[in-house]
Design a protein around this ligand. Structure first.
Ligand SMILES: [Zn+2]
Length: 605
């Protein structure tokens, strides 16, 4: 996602952490109060843990080639004992409890192989100014004005999701406009891709930055000719400086938000996530993920790719609940911020020229030279780290392929399947090379949904016609997965599958590279066993097969038929992890205690 500029795009990249995702305490407090009310209502509804042994009966899509559909699954102690006839026999001979699925349809638990749960959890608690909930600049300014006037325990107002690519009239706010929102309360607006922020004078003052200073040429703080700040701040170093001046959330509150984020994934049908960079403002995001994933109530398995600065504290390995798999690096940035390392420049359009301020000759910078990578990648490869590389433009992909061709030649480890992430403009030739290296490709098809209308203005018609080539990758028999890269988009597995099969934009106006649409079967495959293969966990999860872990997703109807018919009534009903129904609604005493202690921390200050 656009976290790239925070982490990879400047000299500070080795530091790596996303210093600075935070939220005003006001929202935490509100959240705690809401939680307590919900908790009171749900406490008595908390489902008790399920039978350890039972048989599920109904329509079951296995994602196994030799038996794609079956009618029974026998589960014991979290593991699949048998599918089909032997499961029915077991139910009868052992008098096992039977859970009838009725009209609903069971699939393997969905897998989200590329997401950022900590950042999603914390940004979820800020003021939302995104294109997911707004259609115009005036709507956004109204939201900000209302939030600025709202009651708060701390003076900072943080908002997230400003997106000039998705909202047509969204010119950057001026300092005067920002000051009109509030003259004394610090306001920070983060863009959806997070490479830019807008601040009012109160925020600059609180961070110790002079409003008028002819001598100050600090990179990232944009000033006019008279040395006056314009309100715009760009890239990691500058944004971090601002953000570190803001109050951060208490650890307990942040972890509680992370638990709620886990429920969001489960509600969307996911039973496993791959954390491609544990970014977010927690003392130790990896430790928090480990703690939460290992709790019995956790609805998700968690597989993590570390940032370089997290390697020392967190060794490779783990168990089926939480495991460190490898390393994450960002080789380039986002296509929507001028950050993707394209082969050719951006398209010459109103959007690039005026709203994004990207000259059409610009083609995005690489965050690392090949020589930089030669110093980093071979040693991790030798130690068995699976490496996930963020690559959007052809030049970034070229660099990734080159370094892995070198590495696999010197120290061949074909079983270590490295990952190419997003792959906006990967070419057919590059896909062939990825295949030869046994790499997997994960596609961020949501770009087609959320930015499909804007793509031709950004990269022109020819490149748009080959954007996110999922079908070509599948035809070459490469391990393919689909992801949502939250918080870059809202968590919604069904939308991801729909977009991969239809290639339609949110407005319904644009089909992007329609010939890259994949079938419903391929989409469900990519979301289950494809994701498992990418995480190297295909022996344990990703399909419904004897011996695998009993992770399931239940839909209200067949996802395959629904996707084929392009109907809009497909829903996730519930999920099971390790044979236990996951609990997405109810809160436990543990949650309530955490909420209370966070509230106490807030009030004590
Ligand atoms: Zn990402």
């Amino acid at each position: 996602m656009g976290l790239a500029p925070w982490i990879g795009a400047n000299k500070n990249r080795e530091k790596g952490t996303l210093e600075g995702i935070f939220m005003p305490k006001f929202f935490i407090t509100l959240l705690m109060l809401i939680l307590l009310v919900i908790a009171a209502g749900y406490l008595y509804l908390t489902p008790s843990s399920q039978e350890q042994e039972y048989v599920l009966m109904g329509t079951i899509l296995t994602m196994e080639a030799d038996q794609p559909e079956t009618n029974a699954v026998w589960v014991k102690n979290g593991v699949i004992q048998a599918v089909g006839q032997p499961a029915i026999v077991a139910a009868e001979t052992k008098s096992l409890p039977i859970i009838s699925l009725g009209e609903q349809v069971l699939t393997p638990g969905l897998i989200e192989p590329h997401t950022h749960p900590v950042a999603a959890a914390l940004l979820g608690a800020t003021v939302d100014v995104s294109a997911f909930t707004h259609n115009s600049r005036s709507e956004i300014m109204t939201t900000l004005k209302e939030a600025a006037n709202g009651f708060a325990l701390t003076p900072w107002l943080i908002s997230f999701g400003w997106d000039p690519v998705a909202i047509d009239d969204l010119d950057s706010p001026t300092l005067e406009e920002l000051d009109a929102l509030s003259s004394d309360r610090p306001i920070v607006i983060l863009t959806q891709m997070m490479h830019e922020a807008y601040l009012n004078s109160a925020a600059f003052k609180a961070a110790g930055v002079k409003i008028i200073d002819k001598e100050d040429h600090t990179e990232g703080f944009i000033r006019d000719q008279k040395g006056k700040l314009t309100g715009t701040v760009r890239e990691v170093a500058a944004i971090s400086k601002i953000v570190s001046a803001a109050p951060s959330a208490p650890e307990n509150a942040s972890e509680l938000l992370l638990r709620l984020q886990y429920k969001k994934y489960a509600k969307a049908g996911y039973t496993t996530i791959g954390v491609t960079g544990a970014v977010g403002r927690l003392t130790d995001p990896v430790a928090s993920l480990r703690k939460i994933s290992r709790e019995d109530i956790s609805p998700l398995r968690t597989f993590v790719y570390l940032l370089p600065n997290q390697v020392e504290a967190h060794p490779l390995g783990g168990d089926d609940r939480f495991k460190v798999l490898g390393l994450k690096l960002w080789l380039d940035g986002s296509p929507f911020t001028g950050g993707a390392a394209f082969e050719d420049g951006y398209h010459d359009s109103e959007l690039t020229k005026h709203r994004l301020g990207i000259p059409h000759t610009h083609r995005g910078d690489l965050n690392y030279t090949l020589n930089d990578l030669r110093k980093i990648i071979p040693s991790y490869h030798a130690k068995g780290y699976q490496i996930a590389l963020h690559v959007q433009g052809e030049r970034a992909i070229e660099e990734a392929l080159t370094i892995f061709e070198e590495v696999q030649k010197t120290a061949p480890t074909p079983g270590l399947r490295h990952r190419l992430e997003h792959n906006a403009l990967i070419t057919a030739d590059q896909l062939d090379r990825a295949k030869a290296l046994n790499m997997s490709t994960g596609f961020f098809v949501d770009h087609v949904y959320f930015y499909g209308d804007a793509l031709p203005h950004l990269i022109g018609p020819e490149r748009t016609a080959r954007y996110m080539p999922v079908k070509t990758a599948l035809e070459k028999n490469i391990a393919v997965s689909l992801h949502g890269d939250h918080p870059a988009t809202p968590v919604n597995a069904i939308r991801v599958m729909k977009t991969a099969t239809q290639r339609l934009s949110k407005s319904g106006k644009t089909l992007t590279a329609a010939d890259q649409a994949i079938t419903a079967e391929q989409a469900l495959f990519a979301m289950t066993i494809g994701g498992a293969m990418q995480l190297g966990q295909q022996e344990k999860i990703g399909s419904i097969k004897k011996g695998k872990l009993a992770d399931f997703t239940l839909f209200n109807k067949s996802p395959l038929l629904s996707l084929k018919n392009k109907s809009d009534d497909l829903l996730v009903v519930k999920t099971w992890k390790a044979g236990q129904e996951t609990d997405v609604h109810a809160l436990t005493w543990e949650h309530i205690k955490l909420g209370l202690s966070a509230l106490k921390e807030i009030l004590a200050e």
